[in-house]
Design a binder for this molecule. Sequence first.
Ligand code: PAF
Length: 283
Amino acid sequence: MLSVSTIADVRTHVARWHEQKQRVVFVPTMGNLHAGHVSLIEAARQHGDRFVASIFVNPMQFGPNEDFAHYPRTPAQDAKMLEDAGCDLMFMPDVGEIYPNGAAQATRIEVPGISNILCGEFRPGHFEGVATVVAKLFHIVDPDVAIFGEKDFQQLTVIRRMVADLCLRVEIVGAPTVRESDGLAMSSRNQYLSTEERKLAPAIHRQLSQAVAALKAGERDFGKIEGMGRAALDGAGFRTDYFSVRDARSLAPARPDTRQFVVLTASRLGKARLIDNIQFSAG
Ligand code: PAF
């Protein structure tokens, strides 16, 4: 595996692959890789010939009181996991390479409407930071395909909208959430949980599953489903930011005629803010 830290080096390697008519698949990450990330590289295999992963903890997507400084950074372990997963090129830039004029002064990309709801309401500016860094990474890597986990469902929706609005040539692919055996979605932030909190955490997936079961059984009182999910989580010791039934394509609140559903939650447990969702089609 090639390991580079400059934009110029990424462009040299990718340009050679494009000249050889090879399809380049890109997996952007913030590092501290786990089996969920490895599954993205595995999904990448179905879409191209060469695999590029970036490892960059993006300051622009963290709020002033969030965990940017403490976000787990494990570069040596990440490099080994990427190499073992068959990645061809790892791009691990420093902040100055991505934001030469500083992140605070950088040109930004705003994806209106869907960036300030759900997680965006509780993390102002977060999706602007995500859209900006992902657009920059797309310009640097110039991939044919990029893979994002469905666990970050709102992020995936924002990126799809940005790609459509900016007429970018990259194809966006969502990959299914990878879960622990008890249902907890894999996340680098799970390591913030204490042993006791870790035992409680699968309640998130259980409550989402119960909400989906109610929808599948024909319940269309969305407020009732949301209220029950929130009350169950808060009663178990979480502090729930939102528990919401939405249209999976637009992220607008679900309506009686909605067919593509997504039930999403963000809930805080101790120092961790956990997000998860389940999508389903009502046919
Ligand atoms: O999902 C992530 O890890 C990040 O939000 C991403 C897409 C790599 C942008 O920094």
